[in-house]
Design a protein around this ligand. Structure first.
Ligand SMILES: Cc1ncc(COP(=O)(O)O)c(C=O)c1O
Length: 382
């Protein structure tokens, strides 16, 4: 038996392609915003079919900008509500709260994404938007959530941190959303170190985001001091907002460009490993529940999650057998900041205690996948 610890996540890089893009940055003397970030934005739009794309330093930054700009531009008041999921990384919900809005929690369905019926139940006269999170790369019942948003005139924001490379019938499934925010953090399907993409439906909002993401300064350095023509740097800019520094840089974008060219191949490998897990675990439906996927979904498979009765016991058993696992995520209403939502989402509360993520990355050998399967089955069948 292979004695090495099997890691939960481990990013893969095409080292030569990354180094070639990085060398270009260093030789040109341009590591900041512009140059590679412009190219990556263009290529991301072509890859996803989204109309706008602004490269930022994380998905968290993209989400923060989204709610900040929507609140300001749509004239929402402090305390207006955004319906969101408790099963997500906490920065999804922080982005709502940081804008002075209130996350109102709706329950999740068997895809671990928002349950449209509960979303509709949670709408009040203060609801302004819904934040849909595509957990693990699953679009869940996004279409139904979109219909609800249209019916009630609510904005729809998609946290697509896990959805880099998810397609349905050859298209990115959330093209209609008002904003789609991606993560290229090291454990996502397109790994850099830290970066993200903010894709507004309306180009006017992207223009505002570009100003807000650079401390509120209204001149882009790259356009005024382009590598090509070496103009004099303009310091006579205005500052339009009190704002953060959220912009992406060419070092991360260089890695992202190299990674984008591998994304389809890499996600295909993730899907193959997931299919192998599915085939083994689906034979024990009374002991192991899988995330519900519609058959037409080609998921990025950012995560592979199962639901078992004794989750904590399984984590321990896997660890004893040198297999790392994780939980994505703890019900956010368990946290002090969101405790007001406790008890409102029973399925999320259940999943939070029973859900486990298994190793899924490109370094896994067939033998290691078999070892994970064998160990999980040994535990649940004991
Ligand atoms: C669902 C979800 N949303 C948002 C984020 C934040 O992404 P980033 O680390 O790029 O800020 C993450 C990262 O783990 C995530 O999993």
């Amino acid at each position: 038996m292979n004695d090495e610890m099997i890691r939960l996540f481990r990013p893969t890089f095409d080292v030569d392609a990354c180094l070639a893009e990085l060398k270009d940055c260093l030789e040109q003397g341009w590591t900041g915003q512009g140059f590679k970030t412009d190219r990556f934005e263009q290529e991301w739009k072509e890859y996803t079919g989204l109309e706008n794309a602004y490269y930022v330093n994380s998905c968290t930054a993209a989400l923060n900008l989204t709610f900040d700009i929507f609140k300001e531009q749509y004239g929402w008041a402090d305390g207006d509500e955004v319906i969101s999921t408790p099963i997500t990384f906490v920065s999804s919900n922080h982005s709502i709260a940081l804008a002075g809005l209130k996350p109102v929690f709706a329950d999740v369905d068997d895809s671990f994404c928002l349950d449209p019926e509960d979303v509709e139940r949670k709408i009040t006269d203060r609801t302004r938007a819904v934040l849909f999170v595509g957990i693990g790369g699953n679009p869940g019942q996004y279409k139904k959530v979109l219909e609800i948003c249209r019916k009630h005139d609510l904005r729809l924001v998609v946290d697509a941190a896990h959805m880099g490379g998810t397609f349905v019938d050859g298209k990115f499934p959330c093209l209609e959303a008002d904003a789609v925010d991606f993560s290229f953090q090291t454990f996502k399907t397109l790994a850099t170190a830290d970066s993200g993409m903010l894709c507004f439906k309306d180009a006017r909002f992207e223009k505002i985001a570009r100003v807000k993401a650079w401390s509120g300064i209204n001149t882009a350095a790259y356009s005024d001091y382009a590598i090509k023509d070496h103009k004099t740097y303009k310091w006579h800019y205005d500052v339009e907002y009190v704002s953060n520094c959220y912009n992406g840089n060419s070092i991360m974008a260089a890695v992202a460009l190299a990674q984008l060219h591998c994304l389809e191949r890499d996600n295909e490998i993730r899907r193959r490993i997931s299919a192998k897990y599915d085939a083994a675990f689906s034979q024990y439906p009374d002991k192991i529940k899988l995330a519900a996927y519609a058959p037409e979904v080609k998921s990025s498979r950012c995560l592979y999650q199962i639901v078992v009765e004794d989750r904590d016991g399984l984590v321990k058993y896997l660890n004893e057998n040198k297999i790392n696992s994780g939980v994505h995520y703890v019900d956010n209403t368990n946290y002090r900041m969101y405790a007001y939502g406790r008890g409102t989402c029973p399925h999320a509360a259940y999943l939070s205690e029973h859900m486990i993520s298994l190793p899924l990355h490109l370094h896994l050998t067939d033998e290691e996948v078999d070892r994970v399967i064998k160990t999980v089955l040994e535990f649940v069948n004991k």
